[in-house]
Design a protein around this ligand. Structure first.
Ligand code: F6R
Length: 616
């Protein structure tokens, strides 16, 4: 949660920082602020609300200077307000922070006893005071003072700090929250993720936990520089990486919202996730990235998938595929629930941590726990070098490109693609699939981008159905087997952006309770392609109709029976059964999008949410 950006160069820092924050706004958007050093001192401007409020404030009070830091916030300690917005200033220091300082209460008491006065309710301000205190107690410079302050705190942080006395320096650090350095032309930048820096450079360094860095802007005699050490001050080297995302990937490209653009990018995201990983001739998957030798795969006794939210729904499908294609017992667990009990892991467990951001606190904690108890960990993530793949023994990146809309769409279908690849890989190495079966499964997967393009051609029809849902306060989503996780995902998409109450249910459970809800006012979305569970799903539709429920069905082209029962039908292509979830989710994403958009909601930044959830 929260996004930070720092700039040290020759250009005016404030517009560059605000532009970087705009690309990080998905991380949090309840308030924002910047601090700029103008060569004489530090000025800050902060504003409650979305970034445009900060833009308005800066238009009234422009800040000049080529060195600065900025922040967009998702409140944890202290409500959203201008006072609680970052940067926080203490004495000579201005500081922005992403994460949580766990021992803030004790430190606040200690600092207060020393005479400190606080202007906010945040844990971050404590850290600003600690840095200022270290400076006043004789630290030789800001770099030194930040390292002293960090040795006093526990918790998670990525920070960027300025000092009045050092008009050319930003000190930044990470521990548990991401931070990337950008090496631009005559400028240095830092930010919470790649997208914040892409319009300036593709040369980046991913800091590791415990790194502290002194960024210096160019002077008349020296170019810009970055010096990285541990908190104790030992020098460390981090490799520079060239990023292959382009700046335009993080733009809306003519679409009204990022979410709509990202729904339309799914064919490309899936094709990119497959590229170079398939061996059709042998019906197999190239497994080197996965980091599991055929011997290790054969020794796996159980697969344990951990994830949250949409990634959890992808994982439920992963279980289905791994069990049916590889014949390995598979358990799926919410990261947040795993933290509540002492789960047993064994060294012949394969734990797959699925996370778009690669930073989700609960998924990360679960992966750490599994690793410490001897399990092998495989990460499926979209963000390069994020915390979960760093910790894992192997990683399979989804190559969906930056996903900016808070509601995940293209990352979900890219995760499904990756999980299917893993299932085929495990199935082939364990002898549960032969080459012909493997090839046929993989061919089906390769055909998915074409099928999705076909479905996207019907987006206008989905938009017309959405009109009938705009006033619905409750919507039920039903599905069986492979369609059940899609019902859950359809409901999650609708609730998070339209704010309607939506519930996903296993269709077979309907008569165990939810059928009591059904009357003529309840729209029921039924995911019922022609697959192994089709006949039963049709039975459920009949039960809903018998109680005058309004049925919106997703059905395979040519399904006459459904035609007679449903009020609206989105027709699906006649695709192989194992890839149907990659298709059925698309109309549900569009449905949620169009309902929310008709309601006038901020689709890309729904209320109360943030894209990267780095708190427990
Ligand atoms: C919903 C959504 C969230 C995330 C969840 C996990 O549209 O995006 O439910 O799926 O917060 O995030 P990651 O995948 O980054 O671990």
């Amino acid at each position: 949660m929260c996004g930070i950006v720092g700039y040290a160069g020759r250009q005016s820092a404030a517009p560059i920082i605000v532009d970087g924050l705009r690309r990080l706004e998905y991380r949090g958007y309840d308030s924002a602020g910047v601090a700029i050093h103008d060569g004489r001192g530090i000025e800050t401007v902060r504003a409650l609300g979305k970034l445009r409020a900060l833009g308005d404030a800066l238009a009234k009070r422009p800040l000049e200077g080529a060195l600065g830091i900025g922040h967009t916030r998702w409140a944890t300690h202290g409500r959203p307000s201008e006072e609680n917005a970052h940067p926080h200033v203490a004495g000579k220091v201005a500081l922005v922070h992403n994460g949580i300082i766990e021992n803030h209460a004790a430190l606040r008491r200690e600092l207060a006893a020393d005479g400190a006065r606080f202007g906010s309710e945040t844990d971050t301000e404590i850290l600003a005071h600690l840095v200022d205190r270290a400076l006043s107690r004789g630290a030789v410079n800001l770099f030194d003072a930040v390292r002293v302050a960090l040795s006093e705190v526990t918790g998670a942080y990525a920070i960027a700090v300025l000092s009045v006395d050092e008009p050319n320096t930003i000190v930044a650090a990470r521990h548990g929250s991401p931070l990337v350095l950008g090496y631009g032309e005559n400028e240095m930048l830092c930010g919470s993720d790649i997208s914040a820096l892409l319009s300036h450079t593709r040369d980046m360094v991913f800091l590791e936990d415990g790194d502290v860095v002194e960024l210096r802007g160019p002077t008349s005699s020296e170019g810009p520089s970055a010096r990285i050490t541990t908190i104790a001050g030992a020098a460390v080297e981090r490799p520079r990486k060239r990023i292959d995302w382009s700046p335009t990937m993080a733009e809306r490209g003519g679409f009204k919202h990022f979410m709509l653009k990202e729904i339309h990018e799914q064919p490309d995201a899936i094709a990119a996730t497959l590229r170079g990983r398939i061996d059709l001739e042998n019906g197999d998957v190239h497994g080197s990235e996965i980091g599991l030798s055929p011997e290790v795969v054969r020794g796996i006794r159980r697969v344990y998938i951990v994830a949250c939210g949409t990634s959890f729904h992808a994982s439920l499908l992963g279980r289905y595929w791994i069990e049916s294609l590889a014949g390995v017992q598979t358990v799926v667990e919410l990261g947040s629930e795993l933290a509540n009990r002492k789960a047993v892991f064994c060294d012949d467990d394969l734990v797959i941590a699925v996370s778009q951001s690669g930073e989700t606190f609960d998924t990360l904690a679960a992966a750490k726990a599994a690793k410490s108890r001897g399990a092998r960990v495989l990460a499926i993530a979209n963000v390069l070098d994020s915390a979960i793949p760093r910790l894992a023994h192997g990683e399979l990146y989804t190559r969906a490109g930056p996903e900016i809309g808070v509601a995940s769409t293209k990352c979900f279908t890219a995760q499904l693609t990756a999980l299917l690849l893993v299932a085929v890989y495990l199935g082939r190495q364990r002898g549960a699939l032969d080459a012909t079966q493997g090839a046929s499964l993989l061919e089906g997967l390769c055909a998915v981008p074409g099928f999705i393009n076909e479905l996207l051609g019907d987006a206008d029809y989905v938009r017309s159905i959405a009109t009938s849902l705009v006033d619905a306060t409750d919507v039920l989503f039903l599905g069986r087997g492979l369609n059940y996780p899609i019902a859950l995902e359809g409901a999650l998409k609708l609730k998070e952006i339209s704010y309607a109450h939506a519930e996903g249910y296993a269709a077979g459970e309907m008569k165990h309770g939810p059928i009591a809800l059904i009357d003529s006012s309840l729209p029921v979305v039924v995911v019922a392609p022609r697959d192994a569970s089709y006949d039963k799903a049709l039975g459920n539709v009949q039960e809903v109709r018998a109680r005058e429920g309004r049925v919106i069905a997703l059905a395979t082209k040519g399904d006459e029976a459904m035609h007679d029962l449903a009020e609206h039908i989105v027709w699906l292509p006649d695709a192989p059964e194992h890839v149907l979830p990659l298709l059925t989710v698309v109309p549900l994403q569009l449905l949620a999008y169009y309902v929310a958009s008709r309601k006038g909601h901020d689709v890309d930044q729904p209320r109360n949410l943030a894209k990267t959830v780095t708190v427990e």
